[in-house]
Design a protein around this ligand. Structure first.
Ligand code: SAH
Length: 400
């Protein structure tokens, strides 16, 4: 019963993130609200505080006659993981009420948490304020906790080996929805998150502006303060967006999902390769490495009989030779109904040896959370159905 009423409420709130205001006096802080004329909390007139940078919070609070240090307080509370504006106890009750009349805290709800018995990797299913559900994975590495976050509900890219592709695209995540995956996972773990990889559901560079704002939010010294060098953005190779990123002066690690040594193999795997050839992608990556002065990672899912021959390895080595890069070989994860199977360990080791022989640093990805299908891109179809709010409730129930 309770679940049902929540769901209805969530459906009612569905439009909250999409509101465009014509009469906004504070357009610069998020173009979603009209403060002065509509200080009501009717649906769609409030702004999600999770989406705002401190300078935007300052504008919001100054517009309410508050001093600017209030913005720092609100931002710090958000990053501490409070779930309600009323938990911001150094704000007066009156201010909290005023804030609630124009804004809300769009927190994610944990609908499921799976913990690997093998290595402690945690997979969260988070419900967004509008009822959609996304995945996030928390992994322990030698150097600390790393979180793999989603950037969209679903994905438009349609990579043949990827489980997310089957469910189609629903919408972009907002900056705050990405931030809250990090905050919520960190709060649950009770420890600082050291690294972020944007390798969950979605194509981050297809949600460029929101991802960029997320990077600024999560890097902010008054917030989680996670260094750009500890953040990886993974892309299927959207060339114009890579070139744009190269101009941002944000030293994140760029990871490109290459998966093939030539366009004909890549076209079998990734529809996007009909738009951007490997040569164009590599050209953009070279510009990125020159501008940002960081090496690019190439992801290569090794698939038996498709892209794992020694010829393929030599061809790839030829393409990447001399580039400032690193190759990460991933044993492809089998997905339900999927036609692709992983190569055996020996084949991968031989593939790696060819690349290393050409002077290209290569690793074989360690697999974490296998018992909870935690690997990025390894979403079970039953989980995918959660992304559709109409089917989500049934899917959860049928698993219980
Ligand atoms: N859209 C982005 C990020 C999300 S996918 C991208 O394409 O990079 C994250 C990574 O998981 C990508 O390298 C993707 O190619 C890989 N991936 C997806 N499905 C996979 C599977 N079944 N096995 C192995 N890797 C997979």
């Amino acid at each position: 019963m309770e679940g049902k009423s929540n769901l209805n409420e969530n459906r009612m709130n569905q439009n909250e993130n999409r509101i465009q205001s014509n009469d906004s006096k504070i357009n610069s802080i998020g173009n979603e609200i009209a403060l002065d004329d509509n200080r009501t909390n009717s649906n769609g007139r409030r702004i999600n505080l999770m989406d705002l940078l401190p300078e935007e919070l300052k504008e919001l609070l100054e517009g309410m006659g508050q001093q600017k240090y209030r913005a720092t307080q609100v931002f710090q509370w958000i990053n501490k993981g409070v779930t309600d504006i009323d938990q911001m106890t150094n704000l007066s009750k009156a201010l909290r009420e005023e804030l609630k009349s124009v804004a809300y805290l769009g927190k994610l709800k944990t609908v499921r948490k799976l913990v690997s018995k093998i290595d402690g990797t945690v997979k969260y299913l988070f419900q967004l304020p509008d009822g959609n559900v996304i995945e996030c994975v928390l992994m322990e590495y030698r150097h600390g906790l790393s979180v793999c976050i989603s950037s969209q509900v679903g994905c438009k890219m349609g990579c043949r080996f990827c489980a997310s592709a089957g469910a189609g695209f629903v919408r972009n995540l907002t900056p705050g929805e990405m931030l809250d995956q990090v905050i919520s996972a960190g709060t649950d773990a009770g420890r600082r998150i050291g690294n972020i990889v944007i390798m969950g559901i979605g194509e981050p560079l297809d949600n460029y502006d929101n991802v960029l704002k997320f990077l600024r939010l999560v890097n902010h010294p008054q917030g989680l303060n996670i260094g750009y060098r500890h953040i990886t953005v993974s892309t299927c190779g959207l060339v114009p967006a890579i070139l744009r990123l190269a101009k941002e002066n944000i030293p994140i690690t760029l990871s490109v999902s290459l998966h093939a040594p030539n366009d004909s193999i890549r076209e079998r795997l990734m529809p996007i390769s009909r738009k951007y050839s490997i040569d164009k992608i590599l050209e953009a990556c070279k510009i990125y490495t020159v501008e940002i002065k960081r090496r690019v990672t190439f992801e290569y899912a090794v698939i038996s009989g498709v892209n794992d021959s020694m010829d393929n390895a030599w061809e790839l080595a030829g393409k990447l030779k001399g580039m400032l890069c690193h190759v990460n070989l991933i044993p492809v994860n089998h997905i339900e109904d999927g036609e692709f199977t992983r190569s055996d360990r020996q084949t991968m080791e031989r593939f790696k040896a060819v690349l290393e022989g050409a002077g290209i640093e290569t690793t074989i990805r360690r697999e974490l959370g296998q018992d909870i299908s935690a690997a990025c891109g390894q979403l079970r179809r039953s989980v995918i159905t959660y992304t559709d709010p109409r089917r989500w409730e049934d899917a959860v129930r049928s698993e219980e």
